[in-house]
Structure formats: structure tokens, C-alpha cells
Ligand binder design. Structure first.
Ligand SMILES: [Zn+2]
Length: 179
């Protein structure tokens, strides 16, 4: 059984509401790339995704939950919208983030090297295949292969928190639904 009410209560006591922006700022457990996390049903999940699922509706497979406020640890459902990996890619290019990729490396909807590095570091910190697969828009089996070293064998987890996030949501005006 899901402890949905339970997580909202737990999150609320760790949340500060910014009265000017309306952001619900969760500051208890923040990932290295700025997202709020908490444990639900024994899994560590990102609070903005939980919030979207609880208040707005189902998150289709492979779809990102983005912040129109650009505050990654905010979980106010009214600040969240869905973005596709294509939006993500377009946004990344428009912001010049493709400089993260070395020349000649594949840039495609499939996983890129920075993403795999992030996945590896999050596997190491205990995240499960399913939540990683959902977030990166790939099959659980792809994560499993990375975990077992069957693919991307040459990559290793960097020792510091230097992994750049490959997840980038589009600017809100691109695909924000009107509420
Ligand atoms: Zn916000």
C-alpha cells in the first residue's frame, strides 16, 4: 500500500513556503543536482515527481516533470509541468549545454555519457532501476545493464560530485500548460 498521505505529511514539516514566489521549498534531503528527495515505500524518490503524481496526475513514461519556477527543490504542484525528452534536448542545446558532450559523442534520445555517469552515481547511492528508468525515459532493463556493467563498461563514477546533470527542463514558456 502506498503511504501517500504519510509522505505529504513528512514532506510538509520539512518544507518552507516562500510567500513571494509561492515555492514549496523542501530542504531536508537534496540531491547533488538540487532536487529534493525522500523515501516512500522504501524507495528514494524525487519530491517534485511525487508531487506531480499526487496532485496533478500520472506522469507518462519517459516524460520529465519540470519546474516553471526553475527552483529544483520546489514541489508546489502548480509550479510543475510535464516536458518531453525532446524538449529537454532542445533546451539543452539552446542553453549551450551540449558543450558537455565531447565531439563525436552521440547525442540522441538514448542515454548520453553524462546521463550514464549520473545514473551510475545514483545507483551507487541506492536508487532503484525503476525510478531511474522513469526519470531518464528508458527501459528498466537499460538501467539494469548499466548496473551490471553490461553496457557503458568504460565509464566509472567520478569521485567527486562533478557529474553534470543531464536532465534539463525546457524553459516554462515552451510547453507549460495554462492552468
Ligand atoms: Zn516553485
Amino acid at each position: 500500500m502506498s503511504d501517500i498521505l504519510n509522505w505529504i505529511e513528512r514532506a510538509m514539516v520539512r518544507t518552507e513556503i516562500d510567500r513571494s514566489s509561492g515555492c514549496w521549498l523542501y530542504n531536508y534531503d537534496i540531491s547533488h543536482n538540487g532536487y529534493g528527495r525522500l523515501d516512500v515505500d522504501g524507495k528514494r524518490v524525487r519530491i517534485h515527481r511525487l508531487s506531480y503524481g499526487a496532485f496533478k496526475g500520472e506522469i507518462p513514461e519517459g516524460v520529465l516533470v519540470c519546474h516553471r519556477c526553475d527552483v529544483r527543490n520546489c514541489w508546489n504542484p502548480n509550479h510543475l509541468f510535464l516536458g518531453t525528452p525532446q524538449d529537454n534536448f532542445d533546451d539543452m542545446v539552446s542553453k549551450g549545454r551540449n558543450i558537455l558532450y565531447t565531439p563525436g559523442s552521440p547525442i540522441s534520445p538514448k542515454l548520453t555519457e553524462p546521463q550514464v555517469l549520473e545514473i551510475l552515481s545514483r545507483i551507487a547511492s541506492g536508487e532503484d532501476n525503476k525510478s531511474l528508468a522513469e526519470e531518464f525515459g528508458v527501459a528498466g532493463s537499460s538501467i539494469s545493464k548499466i548496473r551490471k556493467g553490461k553496457t557503458w563498461k568504460k565509464l566509472t563514477v567520478p569521485s567527486s560530485g562533478q557529474v553534470m546533470s543531464a536532465e534539463a527542463c525546457p524553459p516554462p514558456h515552451v510547453s507549460a500548460p495554462s492552468i
